[in-house]
Design a binder for this molecule. Structure first.
Ligand code: 5GP
Length: 173
């Protein structure tokens, strides 16, 4: 991958995931959770994170999209598939790849609020692009803060490619 510069190595990512899982294990203290993975970007993060979670856990997958194949958020969130089981009274942990404008996170949190009375709802994102936020969304857990740069790898794509990289980086153009 000569055209891609590494920002976070596989080792850095895995170390941070274990730290996040430790915090979550402490917080949930053995209570059952529903881990909701937001496809497609969060797939790598979600599957790695849940391996270190020690409570009874069910995984759910929903699919949203806000990018139009370009590298800037479209400002609109599409619910491609948001079918979820009954989450009333459940602990819900949303797992995202990156919070950018915050519109996707807000859409999801509003959706959960409007449809369920959960026991708790926590939002976890591997990456937090605080600088581009247009609302007051703050993830409860995040792996790394990043700048205003289009990132790829470890689930994050560029036109569908690069999701399979074990590290996170950016195109060296
Ligand atoms: P938001 O709604 O917060 O603006 O955007 C959230 C979604 O935009 C993320 O789930 C992700 O799919 C996409 N996104 C935001 N920043 C990046 C980036 O740097 N790289 C890639 N590949 N996707 C991004």
């Amino acid at each position: 991958m000569k055209d891609v510069k590494v920002l976070f190595t596989e080792e850095q990512i895995q170390t941070r995931i274990k730290e996040l899982a430790k915090e979550m294990n402490r917080f949930y203290n053995g209570e059952e959770i529903y881990a909701v993975c937001v496809l497609k970007g969060a797939v790598m993060f979600a599957v790695d994170l849940v391996k270190y979670l020690e409570m009874p856990l069910k995984m759910e997958f929903i699919r949203l999209s806000s990018y139009n194949g370009g590298t800037k958020s479209s400002g609109r969130v599409n619910a491609v598939d948001i079918s979820l089981p009954d989450l009333n009274g459940k602990n819900v942990l949303i797992i995202e790849d990156i919070v950018d404008t915050g519109l996707t996170a807000k859409f999801l949190l509003d959706f959960l609020n409007n449809n369920f009375h959960t026991k708790s709802t926590k939002f976890c994102s591997l990456l937090d692009k605080k600088i581009t936020r247009v609302n007051d969304i703050e993830p409860d857990y995040y792996g790394f803060e990043v700048g205003d740069q289009f990132l790829i790898g470890y689930g994050l794509d560029d036109d569908g490619y690069y999701r399979n990289l074990r590290f996170i980086g950016y195109k060296n153009v």
